[in-house]
Each structure stands twice: as structure tokens, then as C-alpha cells.
Design a binder for this molecule. Structure first.
Ligand code: FAD
Length: 519
């Protein structure tokens, strides 16, 4: 039976008006958790990007998978309701929103799972989909001396939110993204079924959900691979004036055997000037370190490159750290004299962006809009990308970090839903724009579109990371030969297109046929 907009089919098959009253919906759902109105001030209408805001019908704070299953089943009994899991709302383009739908605040489930599991000599942690990575880190290290192997740069993101994308940082060259470091999931599908899945059990759902942009199920629990946590990290930045030398060294480091390189390799582009956010002052790791521009050659261009690396060690290893680090640095060709280095605890290193957040919050730009753009660009096209985008379009910076570092395709599992450029080596590029008082947000968003359109026009081998597209053609092009698999997975696990409507890939259609959204 198909209900009309704003109506719900009750179990007795009699159609009636959907009660938009919080207490009656709460009662009819019989939740352990709670329900709030989706008014405009609600967190369900906001995300980190600050570019979009849509109003849901209700914000649901579930107590766990059972509640989420009930919410999905309620939506299934209507003709139009959709359901969006909201992790910590750190999307840029409204991906965790549901206009007129039901937003599930996954943070209310954060404490449901936390179990340390030694299995056959390896170690794992079971955590809630709504847990923040920063809490996973601090609890794992302080209680067990172990920690996940693969991270994001910033840790106020939820486990379910990053696993729905990939989860990438400077450890991914070695261990793969976070999606390569999970062995089991508990998922509530778009049919409302609570399903355990892994590489060997319900594997199509397992791989579909990883990098699946929330399209196939809500992750309520994840089993994450752990490693012994080091005590300390030597954190180092070195500078290059030539892109080719920067990429040569970065690629050298990420292609060494495990244990024969740094434990973390990233990099960023910065302006060859004294601008406090975009230029030389953004490089030193410690305020007492000066960036001395006299070391930069007169022939250097408008932008320079910084390779950022880190070396893990235990306190007892301290005497051997210099030898190991200097051995690796000795093989690199950075500009002599432009090196900054500090020793920090392992947790302090991983929480570095959370500390920067506190500083940026103090100047008010953290809460403003963030028209960010993330891409994966194939090694074969990265020199062209540097020449056109960094050296020309973005030569004055973006008011925040412009990350670029290499990753290895072989560390990613191509059974997941993530799509990558061709070729073994590709670069993640992240334009992390902050907008204090520079050009308008519209201008910056237009510049992002210009970059993406240029990539398409010249036939660059690239993919958007955290993709945001508006038409069926764009999504088909994004997924390429993986599109039909993505659509089949949708038909299997969320045939009514209930889940994650804010991704704008599928739209809920009363006729029950999944079609890509046209705008
Ligand atoms: P949300 O924004 O709440 O949700 C994102 C999508 O996932 C939505 O479609 C939502 O419906 C879905 N979703 C959320 N929870 C679940 C769940 N439990 N099950 C199924 N679907 C779910 N990414 C990196 O890879 N590396 C980085 O270093 C990195 N740094 C970042 C730093 C900052 C400051 C910010 C704002 C973002 C960063 N990101 C990074 C991007 C980040 O990984 C994604 O935006 C991620 O989706 C945010 O997680 P979230 O918990 O806030 O998810």
C-alpha cells in the first residue's frame, strides 16, 4: 500500500496522517532513545561545510541498532520518508541531512560498544559507529596500550562517518585507508535488518558499506585492527622548491617496505611569501622555529612544497631514533636549512588538528562556511595538476592547508564501494579553505567547480573524494565501470532508497524503482 506525502501506513494497513507530534511519534516507534523536532536550530540542519541547510521532520537519538531498525521500518511504511545517519556532521555538502526526513544522531550510540579483542595473536577493538575517533584513541591507548593503525588527520569524526567514505591520513600508504582496517561490521540495512557482515559473512554488504556513502546501511558497530601504540613520535617538516623533487621523495618514502620508512607521510603546498595563513609562517612546527626564506632559491616559483613525516618510537628506543631518522632524511633532497622537528607523545601527534581547532575557534573562522574540495589525482597527471591548479589558480592559497601526498592503490580493497584513479600511485589533494574575510563563499565554491571542470575537460585521471555531484551523469562518470555494482547493491540493501538522501545519488520514488536523482 502506498501512502501519500506526509502519511504513514500503520501495521493494520489503515492509512492515517503522520503524527508530527514528538510524543506520539516517539510512542508509536516505541524507542529506548528519544525524538526531537527537526526545527531550524537543530544540529540536524547544519554541517561543517555550512553551505546547505535543510529541515528534517524529526531528529532521533537512538539507543542502539534496535531503535535504528525501528526508525528505518517506520520510513519503509511511508511513501516518502528518508533516513540519514548523522555522525558528527563534518560533511561539507549536506550529505548527512534529510529534507523532511528522519535524521539519526549516531552520537547517542557512542558508548554502546567498546570491547578489546585479542584474536589469534592479533588485536582488535569493537566500537560503536557513533563513536568519535578521538575517544577511540584515548581509551584504547590508556586502557590497553594499543591503537588503530590508520587514521584521519582530525579525530572529531565518527567511526561510521569515515568508514562510509574511506578515512585517509599519513598512515594510509602503509596500512591502507580506515576501510582497509576493519574486519567486521554490524549494519542496519535499508530494509531495517540488523546484519553482521565481514569478508566472509554477508560480504557484499560488508564491502558495499565500506566507502558506500551511507547508501546501503547504518554502521552501528565496527571491529577495527589495532597495533601496539608507540610512546612518542618524531614529527618533521622539510621544504622543497621544486614539485618534481617533492614528489620523487614522497613516492620514495611511500614505496619502501613496511618498517623501512617513516610511519606517516603527508605533504602540503604553501605560498612563497610571508602570508601568516598561506605562506612561510604556516610551516614551522614550533613557534620558536623561524622559517628562514633566504634558503629559498631566487628561481623558486609562487608556491613551495612541504613534506611532513613522522617516526614512531618507544621511550626505550630513544638512543636509536636519531640514527634511523637521519638515515631516512639523508636520502631526501629538501632545501638544506628548511627543516622543523619536534618530539611529541603519540596521542598529542594524532590530536594535532584538534589542537589547531581550538586556536581557529578562538578567531571565529572554525564555525564559518568551508567550501572544501578533496580529490584523488593519478600520479600520471599530478604534474599537470600542480602547474595548472597550484601554481596558477591557487597561487595565493586557500586561507588554509592545501594538502597533497601519495597513496598506493594496492593498499585499498577494490571490493569496497570507494572509487580511485587508475595506476598504483595516486595523490590525495585537499583544499581546506577557511573564509575569514577573503573572497565570498560563492566565489570559492565557483573556483572549486572550475577546478573540477578543468579536470574533466582535460581528461585528468581523477576522482572526487567525499564526492558531491548533482546529476545522474556525474555520478555515473564518478563510479565509471563500478556504477552498475553500486546500483545493484542499492537494490539489494536499500531498495526503497531510504538511506542517506543528502548524498543526492538516488531518490526515493513512490513507484519503488530506484532512479538516480536529476537536478
Ligand atoms: P557525517 O558528516 O555526519 O556523515 C557523512 C556521511 O556518512 C553521511 O552521508 C551520513 O549519512 C553517513 N554516515 C554517518 N554515520 C554513518 C553510519 N554510522 N553508518 C552509515 N552512514 C553514516 N577525511 C579523511 O579521510 N581524512 C582526514 O584527514 C579528514 N579530515 C577532516 C578534517 C575536518 C576538520 C573535517 C571537517 C573533515 C575531515 N575529513 C577527513 C572528512 C571526513 O572524514 C568526512 O566528512 C566524514 O564523513 C565526517 O564524519 P562524520 O562522522 O562527521 O560524518
Amino acid at each position: 500500500m502506498i501512502a501519500y506525502l506526509g502519511r504513514i501506513v500503520h501495521d493494520n494497513d489503515a492509512e492515517s496522517e503522520l503524527d508530527d507530534d514528538v510524543s506520539s511519534i516517539s510512542k508509536s516507534l516505541d524507542l529506548q532513545g528519544s525524538v526531537e523536532n527537526g526545527d531550524v536550530s537543530s544540529l540536524a540542519c547544519k554541517d561543517f561545510g555550512g553551505l546547505y541547510s535543510v529541515k528534517p521532520l524529526f531528529l532521533i537519538k537512538p539507543s542502539g541498532a534496535e531503535d535504528i531498525s525501528r526508525v528505518v521500518k517506520l520510513a519503509l511504511r511511508t511513501s516518502n520518508l528518508t533516513v540519514a545517519a548523522r555522525g558528527n556532521g563534518h560533511s561539507i555538502n549536506g550529505q548527512a541531512m534529510a529534507e523532511g526526513g528522519l535524521v539519526i544522531d549516531m552520537r547517542s550510540t557512542e558508548k554502546n560498544h567498546f570491547e578489546f579483542l585479542p584474536i589469534n595473536g592479533s588485536h582488535y577493538i569493537d566500537v560503536s559507529g557513533g563513536a568519535l575517533w578521538e575517544d577511540v584513541l584515548t581509551r584504547c591507548v590508556s586502557r590497553y596500550g594499543y591503537a588503530p593503525r590508520s587514521w584521519t588527520d582530525y579525530l572529531s569524526l565518527t567511526v561510521g562517518g569515515t568508514l562510509s567514505n574511506a578515512g585517509v591520513s599519513g598512515q594510509a600508504f602503509c596500512y591502507g585507508p580506515q576501510t582497509s582496517n576493519v574486519t567486521e561490521l554490524e549494519v542496519v540495512t535499508g530494509k531495517g535488518e540488523i546484519t553482521i557482515c565481514s569478508e566472509t559473512l554477508n560480504s557484499e554488504l560488508f564491502f558495499g558499506v565500506l566507502g558506500g556513502l551511507g547508501q546501503f546501511g547504518v554502521i552501528t558497530r565496527a571491529r577495527i585492527k589495532l597495533q601496539q601504540a608507540p610512546d612518542m613520535v618524531r614529527w618533521i617538516r622539510v621544504v622543497y622548491s621544486e614539485f618534481e623533487e617533492f614528489t620523487r621523495d614522497a613516492e620514495f618514502l611511500v614505496t619502501q617496505k613496511e618498517g623501512e620508512s617513516f610511519d606517516y607521510v603527508e605533504g602540503f603546498v604553501f605560498c612563497n611569501n610571508d602570508d601568516p595563513f598561506n605562506g612561510w609562517p604556516s610551516v614551522p612546527l614550533d613557534p620558536s622555529h623561524e622559517f628562514n626564506p633566504t634558503y629559498i632559491s631566487q628561481t623558486a616559483g609562487s608556491v613551495l612544497y612541504c613534506l611532513e613525516v613522522a617516526f614512531h618510537y618507544r621511550n626505550s628506543d630513544h638512543p636509536t631514533v636519531d640514527t634511523a631518522v637521519n638515515g631516512l632524511l639523508g636520502r631526501l633532497r629538501f632545501v638544506e636549512g628548511l627543516k622543523s622537528q619536534v618530539d611529541v607523545s603519540y596521542t598529542k601527534f594524532l590530536l594535532r588538528v584538534n589542537r589547531a581547532e581550538e586556536q581557529v575557534k578562538a578567531n571565529g573562522t572554525w564555525d564559518g562556511p568551508h567550501p572544501w574540495l578533496n580529490l584523488f589525482v593519478s600520479k600520471s597527471d599530478v604534474v599537470n595538476f600542480d602547474r595548472t591548479v597550484f601554481k596558477t589558480m591557487l597561487k595565493d592559497g586557500v586561507g588554509g592547508p592545501m594538502l597533497i601526498y601519495p597513496l598506493l592503490r594496492s593498499k585499498w580493497d577494490d571490493r569496497t564501494s570507494v572509487v580511485l584513479p587508475e595506476g598504483e600511485i595516486f595523490y590525495i589533494v585537499a583544499l581546506l579553505r577557511f573564509v575569514p574575510n577573503g573572497p565570498s563563499v560563492e566565489k570559492l565554491a565557483a573556483q572549486n567547480r572550475e577546478i573540477v571542470n578543468w579536470c574533466i575537460k582535460v581528461g585528468l585521471d581523477f576522482k572526487l573524494y567525499l564526492p558531491h555531484y548533482q546529476s545522474k551523469e556525474d555520478w555515473e562518470r564518478h563510479f565509471g565501470n563500478r556504477w552498475s555494482r553500486f546500483v545493484e547493491r542499492k537494490a539489494s540493501f536499500d531498495p526503497m532508497a531510504i538511506l542517506a538522501p543528502g548524498q543526492n545519488i538516488f531518490r526515493r520514488d513512490p513507484s519503488n524503482i530506484i532512479i538516480s536523482r536529476e537536478f
